[in-house]
Write a new protein. Structure first.
Length: 339
């Protein structure tokens, strides 16, 4: 039993890994072309930006909230940075572009954090409002005009062509994998080994209990949303690099996939639980389905329905687990009274 529990993982990561293996086998049986380098490279490449976004959503969800503003923050920060660089005919280097975008994203995160922490408003409502404001700004001043590859700063263009592995006819492994892996490890380390990370779990578990034990809840929440805004901006720049253009509408509508991936990865919608490893697996599963449904004969138009169904299943499992946990103390009291 102990071995099975360890294999399952604290947040059912083992179960999710088994599901991924089953889905991969089913797709391989349906199409021998599935197990090829191009499929693997495509899966990795399509997972990079969603994984960065998912880390931000994971942090918010562990703290007991829901964030839907991250795609808007991401494209606003990336687009405005690239547009400024293009109009000024000045390339601040790749590090400079990331730094400027991250500052912009962090400022939007600061807005979310201050409103949520100071006024104790629902996170979903606040982030929906932020999303609406950003979309309105983009539509009013930019519309659907995108910055083509020819107008991108040279550092962005060079980064878009940087490959770790390039197999002619089979695809390539993009160089942006390295910074994404570094960010994943950094977030894991923060949650596992820092006071700030443990404070996020405590706030999500019971915010009033966290206050009583001395955690500065308001400050922690503000810093959390600043970090999430910075992560969103980081993902936005990577999206521009991978796509080799800056489209103000490119990331709109990705909220469902990201939230579904985080929930499937074991993060509790009630707060206080979640893991980076589970989130990585959740992103892989969602991207596996999005990229390869057609291989098993399911039209690509059903992608959204499939992801929505997975989200409902994940939330239902969590709700049943929470109900079971609430019933345990009652059953224990009944047993004691009978004794």
């Amino acid at each position: 039993m102990d071995i099975l529990r360890r294999l399952r993982g604290a947040n059912n990561e083992g179960v999710l890994a088994a599901v991924i293996i089953v889905v991969a086998i089913a797709m391989a049986l349906a199409s021998p072309a599935f197990f090829t380098p191009s499929t693997f490279f495509g899966l990795v490449r399509s997972s990079l930006v969603p994984l960065i976004f998912a880390l931000g959503v994971l942090l918010v969800m562990i703290s007991g909230g829901i964030d839907v503003s991250f795609p808007a923050i991401a494209i606003f920060a990336a687009y405005t940075t690239v547009q400024w660089s293009s109009q000024a005919s000045f390339d601040p280097t790749l590090v400079g572009i990331f730094a400027i975008a991250i500052v912009i994203g962090a400022l939007w995160g600061l807005v979310n954090g201050v409103v949520i922490a100071r006024f104790r408003l629902p996170t979903l409502i606040v982030t929906l409002g932020t999303q609406g404001i950003i979309k309105g700004i983009l539509l009013t001043y930019i519309g659907s005009a995108y910055i083509s590859a020819a107008k991108l700063p040279p550092s962005i263009s060079d980064a878009g062509d940087a490959h770790l592995v390039d197999i002619p006819g089979a695809g390539y492994l993009h160089g942006m994998l390295i910074p994404v892996v570094i960010v994943v490890v950094a977030v894991w380390w923060m949650l596992k080994h820092t006071t700030f990370g443990r404070s996020i779990f405590a706030i999500g578990g019971d915010i009033e209990a966290a206050r009583r034990v001395g955690i500065k809840v308001v400050r922690t929440q503000i810093l959390l949303y600043v970090l999430v805004g910075a992560l969103a901006a980081f993902g936005g720049v990577i999206s521009v690099i991978l796509g080799k253009n800056a489209n103000p509408q490119s990331l709109v509508g990705t909220e469902l996939d990201i939230i579904a991936a985080v929930v499937l990865g074991g993060a509790s919608i009630f707060g206080g639980r979640g893991s980076v490893f589970g989130t990585v697996l959740g992103v892989v599963l969602v991207q596996l389905i999005n990229n390869n449904l057609v291989l098993i004969g399911i039209p690509s138009t059903w992608q959204r329905a499939a992801v929505g169904a997975l989200l409902i299943i994940g939330v239902s499992i969590q709700a049943l687990a929470a109900l079971r946990d609430r019933r345990k103390p009652v059953l224990l009291e009944e047993e004691v009274s009978r004794a």
